[in-house]
Design a protein. Sequence first.
Length: 295
Amino acid sequence: MYGALFIIVGALLWYLFIKPSDYTIRFEAKTFPGAINQNLKLWDTTLDTVQTIQQEGDLYHLTQMLRFGDSIHEYKWKIKPLTDSTSKVIVNVRDEKHSFMNKVQVPFKETDFVKRSKRTVLNYMEILNEHIDNFKVTIVGEEDVPTKYIAYIPIKVTQLQKAGGMMKNFSFLTGELYSHGVALDGPPMVEVTNWNRENDSLHYNFGQPIIRSERLPIGTEIKYKRIFKKRALKAEYNGNYMTSDRAWYALMDYAKKNNIEVIPEPVEIFFNKPIGTGDIHWKSEIYMPIKESDE
């Protein structure tokens, strides 16, 4: 009897004074963790937040501070992969100023705090599902990155700004090449040279494959190099090029599952002219280089 009472009292004390959240919401999503991670960060930019959403150590844990009137609520997101194409999302919500009262009331009635938490997470679920419906990643398997000689511009941006960097430089790059009579040799491409997955920073070369000649523009910010053939994991991505990095995460997950060591410096090739908002019919090929045994 005393043992049961001790357990009950201990559980109550833990719930009221130690449990880090006031309310927990769970749902499943039909996509992989990397896509949820990036979509959460994009959604966060549209909200009244106290600070930018913080990634806690890995892409599976994020902390978000949302402002509601004069209250600040902490949302701790945990993403757990279930299968190759499904994930479970756990959201722990806390209002530090009213945490004790929330814990007392939540088990017995649907408070305004609970209603607001449900509305917020439901709003995100709708945005996530809309995003999921508008892109598709298909893992192809091992192939070679094609050899190309490219004219390129090196760009440093955040991951969310990748497409913006491409659009900003596309007209200048192709305009210079056309004005000098340079022959093109395929669709534009991106070669990532550094991908910091902790702070989502990117260094990449935005390039246009060309036929090497003596007509190349010199004295501008355009640089030239050859991309050599290398073994890689390949995926096809369909959707807006702003979110083609979703395929990067799918390839990283595939590599981990199949014990393939890769270099997180993807190469992207874009096959459609980006006009409009983008849709599932846009196509790009994504290559994640495989690390050679002597590297």
